[in-house]
Design a protein around this ligand. Structure first.
Ligand SMILES: [Zn+2]
Ligand SMILES: [Zn+2]
Length: 340
């Protein structure tokens, strides 16, 4: 079967790889849609420190079960599924604390091991989350939206509080939707006006284009001049990572779900002057996936606004070029696996 392979130096090629067969405890999934992730784009750009080359990408997966091993009772042929793309060792400090998303030895489909951008994928049945209420396009969005929901949960949101969320890519939008569902008043920030409609549709109270407006001044006026008690950074640039510390209120909280590709410099005095709680947010748990599935079933996500374009597998390399050429125009690109 055909597979897109990303190599170093933005080289791509299509390989013919063997079709998988299932072992005990596994299900075979007919993959219908795979979302391109910012990490796939970074893999292509040579900016993903975690990736193992050559890389067969794909960890945002929507499909249908086409075969189950004899010992599998939890899935049936015909079930629609999304895939939990992460492994966890079960023994490290994170795993022992019930936080397998931050497993020290995490391996993610399409990053450290072969990904899911293929027509057929064999996975352990526990990794296939069944949801027959959603279509496979919606299911391909569950993973990145779950990463966003996890970031909102890491923020320990209180009902009614002001939250500034920097970055309106899919992770940021997933964070906005989850924070709004948790009762926050959300200020969505981006540098591209084309993100306004989708940010508001996700539940933001207000959208600010920080390239045109003075974000520090506007945020500083929130909560009667105290500022936002929570800032979530979902961009991954040094400038926005530093900005979060300036934006947040005294005794506030920061969640970083984006990471910079270079070291970031802080004046650390502000950490104690403001007595900040600073948290990282990595991936998502199965519980996060199930929470997003429930929100998706309630139509809490503007699916049509989130999906910017569809590409068949044979043109997935061009999809990466399209995204890189105009990032502000793209929210999510879905690759169609069964169209050719
Ligand atoms: Zn991703
Ligand atoms: Zn572990």
């Amino acid at each position: 079967m055909k597979a897109l392979i990303i190599d170093r130096n933005s080289q791509t090629r299509f390989d013919d790889i063997p079709e998988p067969s299932i072992k005990e405890g596994e299900v075979l999934v007919s993959v219908e849609y795979v979302g391109l992730c910012g990490s796939d784009l970074n893999t292509w750009r040579g900016l993903n420190p975690l990736v193992v080359y050559p890389c067969l990408p794909g960890h945002e997966i929507g499909g249908t079960v086409m075969q189950v091993a004899e010992d599998v009772t939890k899935c049936q042929v015909g079930d629609r599924v999304t895939i939990l793309p992460y492994t966890a060792c079960g023994e490290c400090s994170s795993c022992k604390k019930g936080r397998p998303n931050a497993c020290k030895y995490n391996q993610t489909l399409g990053v450290q091991r072969q990904g899911g951008m293929v027509r057929k994928l064999a996975v352990p049945f526990q990794k296939a989350l069944v949801c027959n209420q959603l279509n496979s396009r919606q299911l391909a969005l569950i993973e990145p939206l779950s990463v966003g929901l996890h970031a909102a949960r890491r923020g320990a949101i209180n009902v009614g509080e002001w939250v500034v969320i920097i970055g309106c890519g899919v992770i940021g939008l997933g964070t906005i939707a989850a924070a709004a569902a948790m009762g926050a008043r959300v200020i969505a920030v981006d540098i591209d006006d084309r993100k306004e409609a989708v940010a508001l549709a996700c539940g933001a109270t207000r959208f600010i284009n920080s390239s045109k407006s003075d974000l520090l001044e506007i945020a500083g006026g929130l909560d009667e001049g105290r500022g936002p008690s929570l800032v979530i950074e979902a961009v991954g640039l040094s400038s926005t990572i530093e900005l979060a510390v300036d934006l947040v209120a005294f005794a506030g909280r920061i969640v970083y779900v984006g990471y910079a590709k270079k070291p970031v410099t802080f004046d650390s005095a502000i950490f104690l002057l403001k007595e900040l709680d600073i948290r990282g947010s990595r991936g998502a748990t199965e519980a996060d996936f199930r929470a997003v599935i429930a929100l998706m079933e309630q139509n809490r996500y503007p699916v049509e606004l989130l999906i910017s374009a569809y590409y068949p597998l044979g043109k997935a390399d061009r999809a990466l070029e399209h995204w890189a050429s105009d990032p502000g125009a793209v929210t999510k690109i879905l690759v169609e696996l069964q169209s050719e």
